[in-house]
Design a protein around this ligand. Structure first.
Ligand SMILES: [Zn+2]
Length: 121
């Protein structure tokens, strides 16, 4: 295994842990804010539905949590598809140091620079 393969492996493990943690937090917050009728309902709900629901609640911390969850979920999906580390726009490899700074980063540096949506970099 090369150093970069090992680094990818660590980033993937980190993302999967973060995904589990965020899903737990999101469900907890949604129950606290009674956005769902019961713990059973939330366990059976689809994660994407929960994200949409949390975002449309306009409760600030829940909204932020849902945005984070959405980003990490997309990264975890790309791992499953074998596309992790590739830019969603140009499909070039995202620089490793960018991924180390933010393992859920979906875009390479140059696409981010050109993105209309860049506001947090
Ligand atoms: Zn790109």
């Amino acid at each position: 295994m090369t150093t970069s393969e090992r680094t990818y492996q660590q980033l993937i493990e980190h993302l999967e842990q973060e995904h589990t943690q965020l899903a737990k937090e999101l469900k907890h917050e949604m129950l606290l804010n009674t956005l769902v009728p019961s713990a059973t309902a939330i366990e059976q709900a689809d994660l994407n539905e929960l994200i949409v629901m949390a975002k449309s609640s306009f409760i600030p911390n829940l909204f932020d949590l849902a945005m984070k969850m959405e980003k990490v979920d997309a990264a975890v999906c790309s791992i499953k598809l074998g596309m992790y580390g590739l830019c969603v726009d140009c499909e070039e490899e995202i620089e490793l140091e960018e991924l180390q700074a933010d393992p859920a980063q979906p875009r390479c540096h140059s696409c981010r620079a050109h993105s209309r949506y860049h506001h947090d970099q």
